[in-house]
Design a protein around this ligand. Structure first.
Ligand code: SAH
Length: 267
């Protein structure tokens, strides 16, 4: 098991006496997004409930697997560490910190067993008796004049911090292989030839156009797909000008030049 999955698999989200079933659903969705799976509900007002299912938006497995408990003590009985979340640190008597600091310690292996993160009820949070079952508290920094967050938003932030601390990354961009210089020279020759044909470049007074084009393509460092598109565009211009047999690539289309310059018609 890699480090990321290992930490996340040890986290239990405990929601205490949640009033709105929609918050349970949104919390389940946030958990599933971040790779958390263990949800415990202590005396939820309504559960299961269609509103919870609707807001879970497909995270049904989290709801189906949720355990239901009569007390917080029961929900965290098998946890080695219990962390309360609260908007009001002033009132807690246990050590408290911010989410990032807290999850960094968890990721460093401070508590190698199961870890509960406990969230309180919408209106009044956690009671002092419930805080007695917790060993530390976490407060998400907010505007002190409007510090109480939506329950599911608080779950989302904790779950996200856990995921980051566990080392999760978004998938990397595929490796970029720029076309080698030798091939780029073919492109520059081709471009110059076409631009002379279209009279964009006067061979007698080239005005640094090709140098600028080299600078631009050098900066773009095209890969082989992009390179082939540019070469294809140039070839299609040559075909349209009647400088090359046309529509080789589309044999079902008329094989006439798409555009004949007047002198080509006269010949
Ligand atoms: N008036 C209550 C707010 C409860 S909000 C109070 O002050 O505690 C519901 C739950 O969301 C809280 O119990 C807590 O678990 C979580 N929560 C809300 N805002 C938070 C914050 N700023 N930091 C940490 N948790 C928060």
């Amino acid at each position: 098991m890699n480090q990321e999955v290992e930490l996340l698999s040890r986290i239990r989200v405990v929601l205490v006496a949640t009033h709105h079933p929609g918050n349970i659903g949104s919390a389940a969705r946030a958990m599933r997004n971040m790779g958390l799976h263990d949800l415990a509900l202590v005396t939820p007002h309504r559960f299961p409930d269609p509103e919870a299912t609707a807001l879970a938006s497909g995270a049904d497995d989290i709801l189906a697997g949720a355990t239901i408990h009569e007390t917080l003590a029961d929900a965290v009985a098998d946890c080695e560490h219990v962390i309360a979340t609260t908007a009001r640190v002033r009132y807690v008597s246990i050590p408290f910190s911010e989410p990032r600091e807290c999850v960094a310690r968890l990721a460093a292996g401070q508590h190698p067993g199961r870890i509960a993160i406990v969230f309180g009820r919408e209106r009044i949070g956690l009671t002092n008796e419930e805080l007695d079952h917790c060993r530390e508290a976490v407060a998400i920094p907010t505007d002190p004049e409007f510090g109480s967050m939506n329950l599911a938003a608080a779950v989302q932030i904790m779950a996200y911090e856990l995921r980051l601390a566990a080392g999760a990354k978004i998938p990397e961009m595929p490796e970029h292989h720029a076309v080698p210089q030798g091939q780029m020279e073919h492109l520059y020759n081709h471009l110059e030839k076409v631009l002379i044909s279209t009279s964009f470049i006067d061979p007698e007074a080239p005005r640094y156009i090709m140098r600028r084009m080299r600078r631009m393509f050098g900066r773009a460092a095209p890969d082989s797909h992009e390179f082939n598109i540019v070469r294809g565009i140039l070839t299609s211009i040559e075909e349209a000008l009647g400088l090359k047999p046309t529509n080789k690539r589309f044999p079902h289309l008329p094989q006439e030049p798409k555009y004949r310059p007047p002198e080509a018609v006269e010949q």
